[in-house]
Structure formats: C-alpha cells, structure tokens
Design a protein around this ligand. Structure first.
Ligand SMILES: [Zn+2]
Ligand SMILES: [Zn+2]
Length: 217
C-alpha cells in the first residue's frame, strides 16, 4: 500500500469524522485491480486520531512498494484545503442544468472561463459532488441507501481558479502568481489513466460507515 491522502480534522472543518477520530488516511495498492469492475487501485480508508499517531515513531522514508504502476504512486506533497461552492458536473436536475448551462455559455463567450473553471471542480476534493468524467455511477450501500460522495482523488490538479492561493506557483497552471522554485513541484503527479479520478463514497446510515469506490477517466 502507498499513502495517498491524510486529512486532519482541524484543517477540514466541514468533514464529519466518526466519534473519537480526527485523522482520515487514504491508502491504496498502486496496481490496477479489476475486482469491483473499476480497473483502478482500491482505496482503503483509515479513521484514526492525532493522539494515536503521536504515540508511534515516524519512518524516515516512505517505503516503496516492490510492484507498482507509476500512475498511481503519488509524489510526496501537501494539500491546501480551500472551501468552495460548486455546481455538480453531472448530477443536476435537468431544468437547473439548462439554466446553469446557458449562464456558463455566456461566461465562456464574454470572458473565456469554462464550466470547469467557474462552476464545477474536477480537482481532488472532500465533499461536494464526484468529479465524474463519465456519466454518474453512484454506488448503493447494502442497506439500500445511495452512498454519499466522501472524496475525489483526481489527476486534474493544477488548473483554474480553484487552485489554492498557496499553489499558484506551478508553471503551466495558467494562474501563476509566483515562481518560487521551492513550491513548483508541489503536486502528486499521478496521471491515473487518461486524467482519471477515483471517487470514494461512504454510507453514514450504517454504523460501520462502509465505503465503496468508482473510477473513470
Ligand atoms: Zn494490489
Ligand atoms: Zn448503509
């Protein structure tokens, strides 16, 4: 397994943690798994606590797996959680979709900003809507409920107005504000297939918070 994401509750106040937990870790085996019909790594979630982590020694180096698919091994980097309001990319009632679509076309004509830059985020995120590239495929829990979108890990990292201020240093992002060399490579650099995304879902109606995932590109 390789570490993919670690979030601490104080940095992401809108994320609901289970009782007693304040750290969320996402790991995966960096190979394409065909079980679950998703042809992607299978994300594994660990809900832990800062106190629990503080008790354990840290490794000097992240162990590299023996076997791996490069496009699913993240480079060490940090996240800069930034709160936004988004419209879904796909999951919208038809009438609203039409109205937002018209507004988006006007904006694209008048200032060249696309739907993906102005209305919906395809970047890695917690909450909001899945950053689907293909039509939605929401998982259903064994209890019968449609699962909630918990987080998206996306290959689309450095673009657009969604880019956190701290990350507006990456060359080629189109929104550069600084060329501080220390921060230019601050990205996970996973291509995840053809600019794909792994979407993690959770059912909070079930006491164990079961999860499921989807992948598309
Ligand atoms: Zn594996
Ligand atoms: Zn359930």
């Amino acid at each position: 397994m390789v570490p993919v994401l670690q979030l601490i509750a104080r940095d992401v106040p809108a994320l609901v943690f289970p009782d007693g937990a304040d750290v969320l870790q996402v790991l995966w085996c960096p190979l394409i798994h065909s079980e679950y019909d998703q042809h992607s790594p299978v994300p594994v979630l660990r809900w832990r606590s800062v106190a629990d982590l503080a008790d354990r020694p840290l490794l000097d180096e992240t162990p590299r797996p023996d076997e791996f698919d490069d496009e699913y091994v993240p480079q060490p980097c940090v996240v800069h959680p930034t709160e936004t309001v988004e419209y879904p990319g796909w999951d919208m009632p038809a009438e609203l979709s039409e109205r937002v679509g018209e507004r988006s076309e006007e904006m694209e004509k008048s200032c060249g900003i696309s739907y993906y830059d102005a209305f919906t985020t395809r970047q890695s995120k917690v909450g909001g809507y899945p950053g689907w590239t293909q039509p939605p495929n929401w998982p259903r829990c064994s209890c019968g409920s449609r699962m909630e979108h918990l987080l998206t890990i996306s290959a689309s990292e450095s673009c657009g107005r969604w880019l956190p201020v701290e990350e507006r240093t990456r060359p080629g992002c189109g929104w550069e504000t600084s060329d501080d060399p220390e921060r230019q490579q601050d990205s996970h650099e996973m291509t995840m297939g053809d600019c794909g995304g792994v979407y993690v879902f959770v059912c909070r109606s079930c006491p164990t918070w079961p999860t499921a995932h989807r992948y598309d590109c």
